[in-house]
Design a binder for this molecule. Sequence first.
Ligand SMILES: [Fe+2]
Length: 196
Amino acid sequence: MKDHPFSFQVTLADEPLSAYDNRIQRRLSNMRGIFSDSAAFEALIQAEDRLMYEVYEIKRPEVAGELPNGLTVLYPGLVGEEFFMTKGHFHKVLETGEWYYGLRGEGVMVMETPEGDWAVEPLRPNGVVYVPPRWAHRTVNTRLDANLVFYWVYPGDAGHDYGTIETQGFRKLVVQRGGQPVVIDNPRWLNPEKRT
Ligand SMILES: [Fe+2]
């Protein structure tokens, strides 16, 4: 890993960064249990284990002071009425935030805190979303004909907690109804305070 100033280009081509350290591919099979409509999910995965999103990482040491960053390409699609989305996570160090910058397509960032606050903000080309400390976050592609592409940067010591969201889900879902994206309550959301 370089320990010297460096630069790279956002090309938005097939390789959307001119240089990166790691590419993560998330397919439908990596998303089991994440979507609300499990029957629709199983039908979709039977047809093809489609690529749902790709993450291009500019890695940095996982320590305070460093600023890992990168770019995500979230492909379009529906699982039942729910738009393709990322898994979503809290940061392990809850008191760390993150910046997102929209490059292509149209979508939203769904966020919530352990205390019960929630928010949905647009993510569009040249639009910026700030995820404050304590807020879990997930991106959703609300177009069915275009990739959602965005850049992000977060503190090196943040860490990722995917398990909490895998277990309880987000309070809000983004679904297509009447041809439009709509935010609804998650009927399967598991209140951690009521879990036995
Ligand atoms: Fe994050």
